[in-house]
Design a protein around this ligand. Structure first.
Ligand SMILES: Cc1cc2nc3c(=O)[nH]c(=O)nc-3n(C[C@H](O)[C@H](O)[C@H](O)COP(=O)(O)O)c2cc1C
Length: 354
């Protein structure tokens, strides 16, 4: 299937501007997401039989592979995700304020390197509109697979008001989420990555944790699992400091990694600004997952993401200590059923990674 896609469909898709191709695909997926019978049939085909679901954060993930943030920014087609083998989906990044993102073009493909550079800049409809879209699609009642919501800072909000900005998104969206990801690692919002540092991170994570605990007390439920998504460009000392804050503030897990500012190998001459994803990112994201797993004695749940372009890469991420993986660029290069192939590759060894 992957080969047919790569030989016959991808060349046609890749003749279109990358963002146009994304828009057309998103439209088809949003139509599919409303055809629940077709989705269920596809899901049966895509989910490996007898796979052991992953139990994490008190949630049940039918497969270990999820749709990474940035694909469904406005919660338009998340319901179609299980049809392709995804066992969870992370929508967003959502910001408190609706924003257009950077001027187009802002997604660039590098087929020989199986890579993408993007500088989207958190284009999204804003937390209130996305909450309404989620409600309309029934996310407050039933979610077929765990739904993560990734939140980030609005571009117009200064760094010293970031906490209120994230809290606004938290309050608007918490009712629709199975877990929430705090994104401080996109390279395309000026200064956002500074929130990863000691000057801002403890206050931000602390405020969100407090909001989550308060909400849970009020509702008489368990607090919403909170995850932090980090950049691959951090040094190990910086990662150690972040792990300290995660531990102190009892965050539930970490997503490693976002896109990189590095331009390894042949991409050293690529002069588009933005974050690089895909194959050239894999060795660094794997190294970080491995580092975090060792530093935390395997006790902190890790979602491994970055350059998973073959099922084998996902296996290596899990061996390095990830509990789940996510894909973005691999879905574009390998085709719609790539997540199903990853899920099938992971299924037989699922018990080893618990
Ligand atoms: C076009 C594009 C848009 C993205 N948008 C977001 C985003 O809004 N929020 C986020 O946390 N990550 C975003 N990402 C990063 C992915 O979620 C993922 O962390 C990264 O691409 C590495 O995984 P991959 O190599 O499988 O693509 C985006 C990636 C791409 C290619």
């Amino acid at each position: 299937m992957g080969t047919f896609y790569e030989k016959a469909i991808r060349p046609i898709l890749f003749t279109q501007d990358a963002e146009d191709a994304h828009r057309h695909t998103a439209f088809m997926l949003s139509v599919l997401s409303r055809a629940s019978i077709v989705c269920s049939l596809l899901e049966k085909f895509s989910t490996p039989a007898r796979t052991k679901p992953v139990e994490l954060f008190g949630l049940r993930f039918p497969t270990a592979v999820g749709m990474a943030a940035g694909m469904d920014k406005n919660a338009e087609f998340w319901r179609a995700a299980p049809a392709f083998g995804f066992g969870h989906v992370e929508i967003g990044t959502v910001t408190a304020h609706k924003q257009p993102g950077n001027p187009q073009p802002r997604i660039f493909r590098y087929p020989p390197q199986e890579a993408i550079i993007n500088r989207m800049g958190f284009n999204n409809n804003g937390c209130e509109a996305i909450a309404a879209a989620l409600r309309k699609s029934g996310a407050h009642k039933k979610r077929p697979i765990p739904l993560g919501i990734n939140i980030g800072k609005s571009r117009i909000t200064p760094l010293d008001q970031a906490v209120e900005d994230y809290l606004a998104s938290f309050h608007a969206l918490a009712d629709y989420a199975d877990y929430l990801t705090v994104n401080v690692s996109s390279p395309n919002t000026p200064d956002l990555r500074k929130l990863q540092g000691d000057a801002y991170l403890p206050e931000l994570l602390g405020a969100l944790k407090e909001a989550s605990v308060k909400r849970a007390k009020k509702l008489g439920t368990k607090p919403l699992p909170l995850l932090l998504k980090i950049a691959p460009d951090l040094g190990f000392q910086e990662i150690d400091a972040i792990l300290g804050h995660i531990y102190d503030l009892q965050f539930d897990g970490i997503i490693a990694t976002n896109t990189t500012l590095a331009r390894p190998g042949a991409l050293s001459s690529a002069n588009e600004a933005g974050g690089l994803s895909g194959k050239p990112l894999f060795s660094r994201s794997l190294e970080i997952v491995n580092y975090i797993s060792r530093a935390t004695d395997g006790k902190l749940p890790i979602i491994g993401v970055g350059g998973i372009m073959q099922p084998d890469c996902a296996t290596r991420m899990m061996d390095a200590g990830a509990s789940l993986v996510q894909v973005y660029t691999g879905w574009i290069y390998r085709g719609p059923f790539f997540p199903a192939q990853v899920a099938a590759a992971l299924a037989p060894r699922q018990r080893e990674w618990i």
